[in-house]
Each structure stands twice: as structure tokens, then as C-alpha cells.
Design a protein around this ligand. Structure first.
Ligand code: BTN
Length: 247
């Protein structure tokens, strides 16, 4: 791996996003930023790590997070009093496309460049007693050598010709996250309207791998609670493979 990505000035990042995020921390190494923030953070907190030793992905998978190759961060926010917790993940995916406008989203929130995944999002809720909090974690492949990428069909910003300044990119992403997560918290209809415009899964023939059995069909829409609608049936979770465009 290239090993070049790291925070240059965490104080500056914190100052630039202070309107939205009131506790912005950076650590060199940690198990998982999501786990740590859920355990110790308050809403409005951000945790950025150079390296995660136990980074977690969707569907119980590992998220490989070596120092210098990825931007790994989590934010903790209050969850609104609705059932729309799944929309937090969609909001975060949309924030990614706000800062990487060339990207498309594969439902629910894999960010793709030229059909390959460069970023993933894992949202986890803590709804217990009086607590209604959601942690949204984002891992972005930013500086990899192609031969070191951990899975097939992955890519990295640098491999797609996008060189970022780590601090500037982090500031832009945190601002976009604040805007999109506020849309989620306030039930702003623009969120889904904008999501549907960048979700390249809509209209495609897909395979959805899910615990209850795989499904193949054409994706008609993403519902108002963020589910994928395949030929009349809505599904809330699963792994999508784009098979071919619909005729
Ligand atoms: C996926 O595509 O499977 C989701 C990957 C999410 C990875 C990020 S990195 C920051 C945060 N901390 C974690 O342990 N996971 C998320």
C-alpha cells in the first residue's frame, strides 16, 4: 500500500466543522471507530482513525483498514423519533456523493467509481431506554496500490485519478454529513429525492443476497423508508449485485 493518508491538522479540521460537530478527535490506531464512539461518544462527536485493527463492515464482514490507505471516520448523532433509522445510511451515502460527485451509489450505500466500490458505510443504532443514538461509520479507500486491495471489485480514489488533500476532504465530508443527516433528522423529502437521483441500482436487474434467500429482479424504486423495491416486494437488507441494465 502507498501509506500516505493521514490527518495533518486536527485542530483546523475541528475548527472548520465546529458549527456542526462539537467534539472532533483523531487517533492513530483503534479497534473500530464505530464501536468506540457508540461506547464513549456524545451526539455531535466525530472520531477519525489512521488504522483500525478490528474495522467492521456490513453484514458482519471485516473492513480492512491499514494506516495510510483509508479515511476511516465515525459520527454520532441523535436519532429522530421515527422508524426511519435505515435512512441514516442512505443519507451518509448521499453525503459521499456530495463530495465525490463522480460517484454513484449501489443500494443501500456502497459508493462506486467506474462500477467498483471505493467506500462503504456502516450505521448502527443504540435505541435503549432514553437513548436514541446512531453511529454512522464511513471507510474510504483513498490511497491504495491496485495489487494490495483486499477484495475483488474494489478500487480507491487514487486509482481512479482522484487525489485528495486529507484534511480538506475530511472537512468537506463532515459538512456534507451534517447537512444530509439533518435532512434525515427533520424528515426533509429532498433527502430521498436526491438519493434516488444518484442511486444507480434503480432500474437495474439485480441479485439481492439476503438471509431469507436470494432474489433476482428489476429494481423499481427505493421506498420512503429506504427499502429496495424489487418487482413489487420491498426488502430492508441484503447485498446487491448489479446484473445488467433493465431493457
Ligand atoms: C461496508 O461497506 O461493509 C461498510 C464499511 C464501513 C467501514 C467503516 S470504517 C469506519 C467505521 N468503523 C468501522 O468499524 N466500520 C466503519
Amino acid at each position: 500500500m502507498l501509506g500516505v493518508m493521514t490527518v495533518k491538522d486536527i485542530q483546523r479540521i475541528a475548527a472548520d466543522v465546529a458549527d456542526s460537530w462539537d467534539d472532533v478527535r483523531w487517533v492513530e490506531t483503534i479497534g473500530s471507530t464505530n464501536t468506540e464512539l457508540l461506547a464513549t461518544g456524545k451526539p455531535g462527536s466525530v472520531l477519525i482513525a489512521d488504522e483500525q485493527t478490528a474495522g467492521r463492515g456490513r453484514m458482519g464482514r471485516e473492513w480492512v483498514s491499514p494506516a495510510g490507505s483509508i479515511l476511516a471516520l465515525s459520527v454520532l448523532v441523535d436519532a429522530p423519533l421515527t422508524d426511519n433509522l435505515g435512512l441514516a445510511s442512505l443519507a451518509a451515502g448521499l453525503a459521499l456523493t456530495d463530495v465525490v460527485p463522480q460517484a454513484e451509489l449501489k443500494w443501500p450505500n456502497d459508493a462506486l467509481l467506474n462500477g467498483k466500490k471505493f467506500a462503504g458505510i456502516l450505521s448502527e443504532a443504540d435505541i435503549t431506554g432514553d437513548s436514541r443514538r446512531v453511529v454512522v461509520g464511513i471507510g474510504i479507500n483513498a490511497a491504495w496500490r491496485a495489487e494490495d486491495l483486499p477484495v475483488d471489485n474494489a478500487t480507491s480514489l487514487n486509482l481512479e485519478g482522484i487525489e485528495i488533500d486529507f484534511d480538506e476532504f475530511t472537512i468537506d465530508l463532515l459538512r456534507a454529513l451534517a447537512t444530509r443527516l439533518e435532512q434525515w433528522q427533520t424528515g426533509d423529502g429532498k433527502l430521498l429525492e436526491n438519493y434516488r437521483a444518484v442511486c444507480s441500482t434503480i432500474g437495474k436487474t439485480v441479485r439481492l443476497e439476503r438471509h431469507g434467500g436470494d432474489v433476482e429482479g428489476t429494481v423499481e424504486d427505493v421506498t420512503d423508508v429506504g427499502e429496495i423495491l424489487i418487482e413489487g416486494t420491498a426488502y430492508s437488507a441484503g447485498d446487491v449485485t448489479h446484473l445488467r441494465p433493465a431493457n
